[in-house]
Design a protein around this ligand. Structure first.
Ligand SMILES: Cc1cc2nc3c(=O)[nH]c(=O)nc-3n(C[C@H](O)[C@H](O)[C@H](O)COP(=O)(O)OP(=O)(O)OC[C@H]3O[C@@H](n4cnc5c(N)ncnc54)[C@H](O)[C@@H]3O)c2cc1C
Length: 386
């Protein structure tokens, strides 16, 4: 980025979330004047990330492998991640005084384990950027520049970066930008069956559709890491749909029952899954929990075996808990992945969650913000330099 600047155009960024702020930082460091419009507090959306610890990124340093963690956007991200990947994220945060570490599960966190600390240091690094408090109501193109209307005033800019996060109500509806219908991803799921008596109970190492992870029963249904991933993969599936869960690795139930013939069934199953879930399962099957194993006939044995290996849950909806990212947004066909510039509108850029990219839990969604934010800044710089 060491070219000579030929002009100093007016640049606006809509949204001071992670994507807008990293874009502003690179533009400012290049000597450009930047204005960020924010309807709330800057970088407030960083605070709840990683349960307050801020899962900044994921320790996958190969850009193609990294892109595999995005059910929407994988191919588009090849070009983006080849320009700014995990190593660059670590370096960027180092440069603003946020040292990071890699956890056992490969998630990257700040050494402080505090999103508040990350936010403070990030904001400090943005000294010189102009923050304008206000809600952007509309962005309109008048050929050579953009008219930005906020709830307080009207402004004229040469270059606009839209970084306003998941599209619910979008401020660029006056522009002909195709939006892929937004829906929620990385959420809990509402189930037909009532698991309220199990709320808080978790099952470890559950398998479903080639994935393995933990699930947690909630007042409304199911949640936990495996469910978040499934909610992401099936973000657009119509309700109701069934999930077939394999609760335990292959076990020889017949042998177990024979070897424990005098044991009450609830105690035997309670060794395999949590006791409260064992009781629930037996009640579901219609078998008294105190039944000694030798009194259980073949048909009931098959039912227990089936329940453990193919526990079917009917999903009826989404429950707003978890990371809650938006699946959908600005259609990727609208954007040049080398610059994040709109293909239809010159000097209009997009970055972060506003675009139709979303990843799994584990730092992937913030990585999308850091990478697309950088690429947008770099695209602007390239367009202004010779
Ligand atoms: C509870 C929770 C935990 C999460 N944890 C993680 C995690 O640990 N790791 C991870 O990778 N991802 C995590 N995510 C996802 C991650 O936070 C988002 O993907 C990321 O914040 C998106 O950044 P963004 O800048 O694109 O949009 P946002 O963070 O949504 O920021 C957009 C900004 O624009 C402002 N804005 C919107 N519209 C307007 C307007 N019209 N005018 C002016 N301002 C406007 C908003 O107020 C906001 O400040 C989590 C999400 C949630 C909800």
């Amino acid at each position: 980025m060491e070219q000579e600047l030929i002009s100093n155009k007016r640049i606006a960024i809509i949204g001071a979330g992670p994507a807008g702020c990293i874009c502003a930082k690179f533009l400012k460091d290049f000597g450009l004047e930047v204005f960020i419009f924010e309807k709330d507090k800057p970088l407030k959306t960083l605070l709840p990330t990683g349960g307050g610890k801020c899962n900044l990124a994921h320790a996958e340093f190969d850009f193609k492998q990294l892109a595999k963690n995005y059910p929407r956007g994988e191919k588009f991200l090849y070009s983006v991640f080849s320009r700014f990947c995990t190593g660059d994220t670590i370096e960027f945060f180092d440069s603003i005084g946020v040292e990071s570490y890699i956890r056992e599960d490969n998630r990257i966190f700040p050494v402080s384990n505090s999103s508040k600390d990350v936010r403070e240091k990030f904001l400090k690094s943005l000294k010189g950027v102009n923050f304008i408090r206000g809600k952007c109501i509309s962005i309109m193109s008048n050929g050579n520049s953009y008219v930005i209307k906020t709830d307080k005033s009207t402004y004229l800019f040469d270059i606009v970066v839209v970084a306003s996060g998941g599209v619910k109500e979008n401020s660029f509806k006056n522009l002909e930008i195709n939006i892929v219908e937004p829906t929620q991803s990385l959420v809990g799921l509402v189930t037909e069956k009532n698991f309220v008596q199990l709320a808080g109970v978790s099952l470890r190492g559950v398998m479903c559709d080639g994935l393995k992870g933990d699930i947690l029963f909630t007042h409304k249904g199911i949640s936990g890491p495996l469910i978040y991933t499934l909610s992401s993969i099936y973000a657009r599936r119509k309700f109701p749909y069934d999930l077939s869960l394999k609760l335990v690795e292959d076990i020889d139930l017949q042998t177990l029952l024979n070897e424990n013939s005098n044991k009450e069934i609830k105690n035997l199953i309670g060794q395999i899954v949590p006791k409260s879930f064992a009781n629930f399962l037996l009640e579901d099957i219609g078998l008294a929990a105190e039944t000694p194993c030798h009194k259980i006939n073949g048909a009931i044995r098959n039912k227990i075996s089936e329940a453990l290996s193919n526990f079917v849950i009917t999903v009826t909806g989404k429950s707003p808990e978890g990371e809650i990212v938006t699946c959908g947004g600005v259609d990727l066909d609208e954007i040049n992945s080398k610059t994040m510039e709109s293909k239809k509108y010159k000097n209009l850029y997009f970055c972060g969650e506003v675009i139709d990219v979303d990843g799994f839990c584990g730092g992937f969604n913030l990585q999308n913000c850091w990478s697309t934010g950088f690429v947008a800044a770099n695209g602007i710089i390239q367009s202004l330099t010779i």
